[in-house]
Structure formats: C-alpha cells, structure tokens
Design a protein around this ligand. Structure first.
Ligand code: ZN
Ligand code: ZN
Ligand code: ZN
Length: 269
C-alpha cells in the first residue's frame, strides 16, 4: 500500500492537531489530562459530520494516521473497546437500548476517510438483521461453534476465550465470525471479552493482508444473545446476481480460507 500523500495527511480531520475540524468530542482518553478538543488523546469519539441517524458517532482509533484497524497496537485496540463501552453506557442511559457498532474500511466498503475509525449508531431497539438471527431458545452460534471445533476445518484461531471461524456458508471469500466460545450473558459492551474480540478483528485483518494484500472490509457487532462480530472482506463487488437474486457466489471455500488464514504469519504493521 502506498504511504499517505502529504495532501491526505494535511486534509485528514482525524489526525492529532486537527481537532477543530470535527464536531466537539463526546468522549476521549487523555492519559496526560488536557482540555477537550485539543491534542493529547489516544482515542477520540466525535459526532459523525454526515449522520445517517440522530446519534451517529465516529470512534477515531488512534491519533496516528494509519489506514487500517490491522495497524493498531494492543493498547489502541483496548482504547477503542473502552470508547465503545463508554458510549454504549451513555446511549442506554439516554434510552437507546441497542448500539450498532461497525467498521467500514476502504472506499469500496463505504469509508469516506482513510484514517482508521469505527462507528456507533444508537438505536431504540435491535435492528432487523439481528432480530432475524433469533432462534427458538436454541443458540445457533453455540451449535455452530461446537460443530466447527469438532471438525477444525474452518477454525482460523482460538484465543482468549474467543474463536475466529471462516463462516460456514459465507457469502464472500474470507467471511469470518468472531465469537466467545462460551455462551455469554449480558451485552458485548459489558463483557470483558470485547477487547479480545476487537483484538481478533485486528489480527484477522493482518492475516488477510498477508494473504490478499490490503482489501476493503466491513465488520459489525451483533450484540444480541450470543453476541459476535461478523467480518466481511469486500474482495468482490455485489452486482446483479447478488443484489437481484440474493445469490452469493463464493469462489473460495471457507475451509480453504481458514487454512490460508491459519498459515498467514503475523504481518509487520
Ligand atoms: Zn489522519
Ligand atoms: Zn450461544
Ligand atoms: Zn450475526
């Protein structure tokens, strides 16, 4: 990937020192103290300048101009998890029971700015995609994980009480599911495994980059029941077959995707 041009750096509203270019921050971690909307932060949350919803926030992952969640340090990933937690708490206090947390990375995946960030949308209730996963008492994620651990074929990584799997029946190559091994109670934002889950996202993106180079990617948290993160690299473009027929032609078997990601050594960031 080409290094950022001078123009990209100068025009970036998320870089440290450019705080006045965003709406006033709603949360930040400032290890050395200091006033809001000044340098010295490690993670920073600001309202989206072009909100799709009333409460639509951007979590700037790091003051450093890096283009991918793959390039974050462990501390930076932990900072993002803290920001998600804190804002979800405030959302709940204000009557928004569901926070949709997601990552768009790369222009083709909907990111308008290259500086690493995630987004939070406050909702009154769980969105349709989440409700559609509701089973009849039986947890589909538990069943899925159990089956995958038994075969091991689609297992990418098991770490810190979480698992990363190449999704069975994935729509696109390298579609991944990241979830706690044990059925969790409560929301993801209250769970100590959230940090480790985001760390697995970062690790998965590093491995993906080793295998495929840098690719646009979408990832999102489904915070309901057995909460999980779905990660969807956008290596192919949705067109008439996918959008019109709802048929996704996945050219890479999930078993092969898992094998490649298992073998991918941790890339230098
Ligand atoms: Zn930047
Ligand atoms: Zn479960
Ligand atoms: Zn889901």
């Amino acid at each position: 990937m080409d290094p950022p041009t001078e123009d990209e750096l100068l025009s970036c509203p998320f870089c440290e020192g450019h705080e006045e270019r965003t709406p006033p921050e709603t949360f930040a971690i400032r290890p050395g103290g200091g006033a809001a909307d000044t340098p010295g932060w490690t993670v920073r949350v600001v309202p989206n300048l072009y909100p799709v919803f009333k409460h639509h926030e951007v979590v700037v992952s790091t003051p450093r101009h890096v283009r991918s969640f793959a390039e974050l340090t462990d501390d930076e990933v932990a900072g993002v998890a803290t920001a998600w937690r804190e804002r979800a708490l405030v959302a709940r206090e204000e009557g928004f029971d569901y926070v949709h947390a997601f990552l768009n990375e790369g222009r083709e995946a909907g990111a308008s700015l290259p500086h690493s960030h995630t987004q939070l949308v406050w909702l009154k209730e769980a969105p349709p995609a989440v409700l559609a996963e509701d089973g009849n008492g039986d947890c589909a994620v538990c069943r899925h994980i159990e089956a995958e651990l038994a075969s091991g074929e689609r297992l990418v990584l098991e770490r810190d009480g979480l698992v990363a799997l190449a999704a069975y029946g994935g729509r696109l190559p390298y579609e991944l599911l990241i979830a706690p091994l044990e059925h969790p109670t409560g929301t993801a934002f209250e769970n100590e495994l959230l940090t480790a889950a985001l760390s697995l996202v970062s690790e998965a993106l590093r491995r993906l980059r080793t295998v495929e180079g840098s690719a646009p990617v979408n990832a999102w948290l489904h915070d309901h029941g057995h909460w999980h993160i779905e990660l969807l690299p956008r290596l192919t473009v949705f067109a008439g077959i996918e959008l019109g027929a709802g048929i996704y032609v996945n050219s890479l078997a999930p078993e092969d995707a898992a094998a490649e990601l298992r073998d991918a050594s941790r890339a230098e960031s």
